[in-house]
Design a protein. Structure first.
Ligand code: MRU
Length: 331
């Protein structure tokens, strides 16, 4: 099943319910979709690209319009809200902008609806195809019996299907290579333990769950020999990805373990550098509570950035749908 699809409105797998329940939710308005993006019911850069794209289509269908100009103004306004729902992954605004630009070429309400939906479907379709190509390219870096450490979730659930970093593992396994995975739990929202372990076990790919703080011992003991992670935005001087990625990259470098990033070209934002990108800060509650259980004093000061930046000097290669990039990265 695809992570996100259109059937009269936008449907998505509610990732906040996993691994306990695989539940679909319908977003019938842009506001509902923005809510789903903010609470991470849909998440992961490529899945957000599709969500942004479908979101603009949703804006075209969610109400009636008295004329085309009113509709176009409405689409522009909703596109702005969608694109700013989460600031760090560039893919969200890539998906929004692509469909908006195409839709604004339409000359009637009906034509705009048709264009917006067909462009959004293309965005989703292309994501699956490019992930398969990322997988095939990246699988060349994996050998039989490799053990890959990964962070956060970069699989089917973070994309429309297949995955980026986990797509590489999937492709290698499909080619008959025996690959094992160590998945970091990825505190505080546990995309690694809840989502990566869930989807790899479903596909019968060997996965071992570790705490984020076990990365050092796992590398020191030689339990993994490669790292592959995804990316939310690749800028001229480095890679933004889930908080904790930077620490994994430093630890990998210390232990001489290759650190690979897998991402589609739409994640590249090469007019920017580290200082131009906003790192999303999430709520204090994510650290103070785990479900209903209180884990810290209610009034404690909290710093909860959702992403961090890894300089290119720590990245051994970047795997894209167009091939593998190696240092020095001449973007
Ligand atoms: O906050 P999230 O769960 O949206 O963060 C996701 C990540 O950081 C992923 O590693 C990244 O988006 C790549 S997904 C193929």
């Amino acid at each position: 099943m695809r992570t996100i699809f259109w059937k009269d409105c936008v449907w998505l797998i509610d990732q906040t319910k996993l691994p306990e329940k695989e539940e679909l939710i319908a977003c019938r308005t842009v506001e509902e979709l923005i809510g789903a993006i903010k609470r991470l019911s849909i998440r992961g850069a490529p899945a957000l690209e599709a969500a942004g794209a479908y979101g603009v289509a949703l804006a075209a269908f969610e109400r009636e319009f008295s004329d085309v100009d009113e509709m176009k103004r409405y689409l522009v306004e909703k596109a702005k809200l969608l694109a700013s729902a989460r600031p760090t992954a560039v893919n969200l605004s890539v998906g929004v902008d692509r469909v908006l630009k195409k839709a604004l070429e339409g000359e009637s309400v009906e034509e705009i609806r048709k264009i917006a939906l067909s462009e959004a479907e293309k965005v989703a379709e292309e994501d699956v195809e490019r992930n398969k190509r990322i997988g095939e390219n990246g699988a060349k870096l994996l050998e039989d019996n490799d053990v890959v450490l990964t962070f956060c979730n970069t699989g089917r659930l973070a994309t429309v299907d297949w995955g980026t970093a986990l797509g590489v593992v999937r492709s290698a396994v499909e080619q008959g290579k025996r690959i094992r995975v160590f998945a970091c739990e990825t505190r505080p929202l546990n995309q690694g333990s809840r989502l990566t372990c869930y989807e790899l076990m479903k596909d019968q790919i060997d996965v071992t769950l570790i705490t984020d703080s076990a990365v050092g011992i796992v590398m020191r003991k030689g339990l993994v020999n490669k790292v592959i992670v995804g990316a939310d935005r690749i800028v001229r001087d480095g890679v933004f990805n889930k908080i904790g990625t930077y620490t994994v990259a430093i630890t990998a470098r210390y232990h001489g373990i290759p650190f690979y990033v897998a991402a589609p070209k739409s994640t590249f934002d090469l007019n920017k550098t580290e200082k131009d990108v906003e790192i999303e800060e999430r709520s204090r509650e994510e650290l103070i509570f785990c479900g209903n259980k209180q884990l810290a004093p209610r009034d404690v000061k909290v710093y909860n950035p959702a992403f961090d930046f890894t300089p290119l000097s720590l990245v051994s290669a970047i795997i894209t749908e167009e091939g593998i990039l190696y240092p020095p990265y001449n973007f």
